[in-house]
Design a protein around this ligand. Structure first.
Ligand code: HEC
Length: 453
């Protein structure tokens, strides 16, 4: 290892190196058995020790050959190699000591403990070389810091995408395809194939070509088993390269018509799925049990525990099929109970759906009494209560719902001055009180269309 840089290895030797990950298991097991016997005061069979030392040496040598194959050595590989070399050396020393038949077994014991420590650390560094430095780290979230206002396209957007998806295999310790993706200079330098990024020519850039390959293609990046980039991320990389792959470009230097602007702005908005990710888990079977001809329940998105539920009026109404939703009340973010003969029981359920953002109670017999049960729905953004019996007192309750952005309440018992007051105090709330008959017609029609289905 000391004279490593003077050594030139033939291809066959490199091939031997590839066996390292297989061979290494033998000395680990054999040495551990030997150490166990030694430390518990038993005699270590000579044959076992011979085999352990031999395989340790073979492992170290094949590891050395394998290490020669990687262009740049990161810290992890460096330590793994020296620890591994040391391990083989100490194993040989143990063999020698046993041969000497020393009177004091304490030397053997010390040696065995040193070997044990070396096995642990060599294995640990080896694991980090193959699986990445954070393989044994506790799970942490990926780089998800907020993108600043007017971000640098490379540092704040492009680099973040690469960091989260590519750098685990393209870093100093694990330079797959001899490509480093930790800085723009390294990216421009490219890897084995080269042309990783050709500024202003996204189409011919190897990096973009690989992102567009079919998922099952060997050369697709990231390789099979890793989460592929989504459309938006690919487009962002593509446009950034097309615009010259600069590291000084900022968002506000781009024309509004440049597609990158909308793409980056989209990335800066909070992910709507994020806010729902801590909802209680719901099994598909639960949803199937609850659903019926008169109750549809859907996940907002595949894998999301946020639910959208809509109930329809059965020929014989019994509120129980709605009350059953209690089991998933926390998960319901959209609820449509329009046109049902709602009473206090059903409204009790609604009050339990504290994550509700979208609620339709139009064309129901609810009054101000029932509206009062909505006052804890702090996340409610949209509420349809047109064609109901609610009056000015109910409006007073709704006025306090700070998240509410849209309110549909024509054909109610509310007075004009209370509505005017609501509109002037809650300027960010869009109140649709039926002034526009066309809109009204449209909503009634579309609602009844849904019901017919
Ligand atoms: C699981 C490990 C892994 C991840 C993650 C990964 N790659 Fe790779 N990458 C490889 C391996 C292995 C090679 C070499 C084999 C090959 O050329 O296909 C490679 C090669 C490449 C090359 C060719 C380099 C050259 O010049 O030969 C490019 C470009 C590339 N990767 C881009 C990416 C991008 C972009 C991402 C993130 C979206 C990514 N990789 C994520 C393992 C990975």
């Amino acid at each position: 290892m000391i004279f490593e840089s003077y050594i030139e290895l033939p291809a066959l030797v490199a091939w031997v190196g590839r066996w390292h990950p297989l061979i290494l298991h033998f000395p680990i097991v054999l040495l551990l058995i030997g150490i166990f016997l030694g430390l518990t005061g038993k005699k270590v069979p000579k044959k076992l020790l011979t085999l352990a030392v031999l395989t340790a040496l073979i492992t170290a040598i094949s590891g050395f050959f394998l290490g020669r194959e990687s262009e740049t050595k990161g810290n992890l590989l460096f330590w793994h190699q020296w620890l591994g070399g040391g391990l083989a050396l100490f194993a040989a020393l143990w063999y020698g000591l046993e041969g000497l038949q020393l009177k004091k077994p304490i030397y053997s014991k010390i040696l065995q403990i040193v070997l044990l420590v070396l096995i642990l650390f060599t294995g640990h560094y080896g694991g980090m070389v193959t699986h990445g430095e954070d393989f044994l780290a506790l799970p942490v979230n990926k780089k998800e810091e907020k993108i600043p206002e007017n971000p640098l396209i490379y540092a704040h957007v492009v680099d973040r995408i690469l960091e989260n998806n590519c750098v685990s295999c393209h870093n100093a310790n694990k330079q797959k395809g001899q490509l480093l993706m930790t800085s723009l200079d390294n990216l421009l330098k490219g890897g084995e194939v080269g042309n990783t990024i050709i500024p202003s020519d996204a189409e011919n850039s190897e990096l973009i070509r690989r992102l567009h390959l079919p998922l099952e293609d060997e050369e697709h990046m990231p390789p099979e088993g890793k989460k592929p980039l989504d459309e938006r991320e690919i487009k962002i990389l593509e446009r950034w390269i097309a615009l010259g792959a600069s590291d000084t470009l900022r968002l506000n230097q781009l024309e509004d018509s440049e597609p990158l602007v909308a793409l980056v702005k989209g990335l800066m908005e909070p992910d709507p799925m994020e806010k729902w990710k801590n909802l209680p888990k719901v099994a598909d079977s639960t949803l199937q049990n609850l659903a019926s001809d008169y109750l549809t329940i859907n996940r907002i998105a595949i894998n999301s525990d946020a639910l959208s539920a809509a109930a329809f009026l059965p020929p014989e109404y019994d509120p129980q099929y709605i009350l059953n939703l209690k089991r998933v009340a926390q998960n319901i973010v959209e609820l449509d109970l329009s046109g049902l003969p709602l009473g206090p029981q059903e409204m009790g359920l609604v009050a339990q759906c504290t994550n509700l953002e979208w609620l339709e109670l139009d064309r129901t017999p609810i009054t101000d009494v029932e509206i009062d049960t909505l006052k804890n729905l702090s996340k409610l953004r949209l509420l349809k209560v047109y064609d109901t019996k609610i009056g000015d007192k109910g409006v007073g309750v709704l006025k306090e719902l700070q998240s509410l952005k849209s309110l549909y309440l024509w054909k109610t018992n509310t007075s004009q001055n209370v509505l005017d007051d609501l509109k002037s105090t809650r300027t960010n709330l869009i109140v649709d009180d039926g002034i526009d008959d066309e809109v009204k017609e449209f909503f009634i029609k579309s609602d009844s269309l849904v019901e017919e289905q």
